[in-house]
Ligand binder design. Structure first.
Ligand code: PLP
Length: 394
């Protein structure tokens, strides 16, 4: 594996520790009652970590998975993943056949969707399980609880070919210190569910909790399912959520190297636009990564990388494929020396939160943004067990 990896990993790779992901899953499960199941949220290629390897790693611990789109859901099934798979976003009519063929649950909240799904399922002589989405505060998708929604659910529950298996809502502010909005959302959800039960509509799987609610130990964790996204990857949803209940370990590190070294004199400009000009003799290193990999251009002149366990500040603009750092104070730097863009080296650490802060971005977005040009190397018990290089996949 070591020999094999070099061709893929010399320039840059994302090192994904599957043991960390499993341990984050266990830390969250420890906060849930025995009977509460978990959906691993692996949308957006598992927040940049790689949906299939992540899903396989957590499969023994979860009831199923949540994807954002039908394509993502089908990818999981094609990879052989069992268990419940839910599409959190809108599924378009073009993909309804795939839902039935691959046994994937859509989020449903409009009559037209339910009716069309029912018709198609009957045509295929199949029964499709669906989850109803309730909008309690996101104003994104889902039915607003109330009389109209009650009528809608009643009508949907009578449709042949589909079975209402789940009902869920999504919290918009569970990552904040003040949880009053989240409590209101949960109250609205539970009130709606009670109204349904009064009408003899008992939906077996109810779920509201995202990572913030799970790691915060909120009462929505008592329902039948929870949906864990960002915390699975070892990242707290925000600076305001409780960190004392679940100990999380970041699973992804971004590792590159020094590709070129040079000494520059005072007055020398660095990178496009000459936004950085040396005011003294400097030694600078080129790093062969750029915004073409999803490394944020907004880190220009702001971020840093780790070389020999020390911080090397970014000089001037990040290019599409390269950028330069200051190594004047780091002795004996050579070509191909490791440069850590995200993660640990020596006693130093660059977190995704730090990158988000420095770039004016958002930590979830930084991870999702790491794109297909970066190979992923999967680690188990400290050893590389699998490589995914998108350039080898056609
Ligand atoms: C993305 C998403 C989640 C997971 O959110 P995290 O904050 O990453 O845990 C859960 N539910 C829905 C509906 C989502 O869209």
């Amino acid at each position: 594996m070591e020999q094999l990896t070099l061709r893929h990993t010399r320039r840059v790779y994302a090192k994904v520790d599957l043991d960390a992901i499993v341990s984050n899953m266990k830390a969250m499960k420890a906060l849930l009652p025995e009977q509460t199941g978990m959906l691993g949220v692996v949308k957006a290629d598992a927040y940049g970590h790689g949906a299939v390897p992540v899903a396989r790693a957590i499969e023994p611990y979860v009831s199923g998975f949540a994807a954002a789109t039908a394509e993502e859901a089908v990818q999981l099934r094609k990879a052989g993943l069992k268990g419940l798979i839910l599409v959190l976003g809108v599924t378009f009519p073009e993909d309804f056949e795939d839902l039935i063929r691959w046994d994937i649950r859509p989020a449903v909240f409009e009559w037209e969707q339910a009716e069309a799904l029912s018709r198609l399922a009957l045509l295929c002589h199949k029964v499709l399980h669906i989850h109803l989405e309730v909008d309690t505060g996101m104003s994104r998708i889902g039915m607003k609880p109330g009389e109209e929604a009650l009528e809608l659910v009643k009508r949907v529950s009578c449709l042949k070919g589909i079975r209402i298996e789940g009902i869920f809502t999504h919290f918009s502010r569970a990552d904040e210190k003040d949880l009053s909005c989240t409590e209101e959302q949960l109250n609205a959800f539970e009130a709606f569910d009670r109204q349904l039960r009064e009408q003899e509509i008992r939906i077996p799987l109810r779920h509201c909790s995202n990572s913030a609610a799970i790691v915060g130990g909120l009462s929505s964790n008592q329902l039948e399912l929870c949906r864990a996204g960002i915390a699975l990857y070892g990242i707290y949803p925000s600076g305001e959520v409780r960190k004392d209940l679940a100990a999380l370990t970041p699973a992804l590190e971004l590792i590159s190297c020094v590709s070129c070294l040079r000494d520059i004199g005072p007055g020398t400009a660095v990178s496009y636009g000459g936004t950085f000009v040396a005011d003294r003799p400097m030694r600078i290193a080129t790093i062969p990564v750029g915004y073409g990999d999803g490394y944020p251009r907004s880190l220009s002149g702001k971020g840093a990388v780790l070389i020999h366990g020390q911080r090397a500040p970014i000089l001037g603009r990040i290019c599409m494929d390269q950028f330069m750092v200051d190594v004047s104070y780091i002795p004996d730097v050579r070509n191909f020396d490791e440069a850590v863009l995200l993660g640990f080296q020596g006693g130093e650490h660059i977190s995704v939160e730090e990158i988000a802060e420095a770039s004016g971005g958002f930590h979830y977005e930084i991870l999702c943004g790491l794109n297909k040009r970066i190979p992923r190397v999967y680690i188990r018990e400290g050893k590389a067990v699998e490589i995914r290089d998108y350039f080898d996949e056609n």
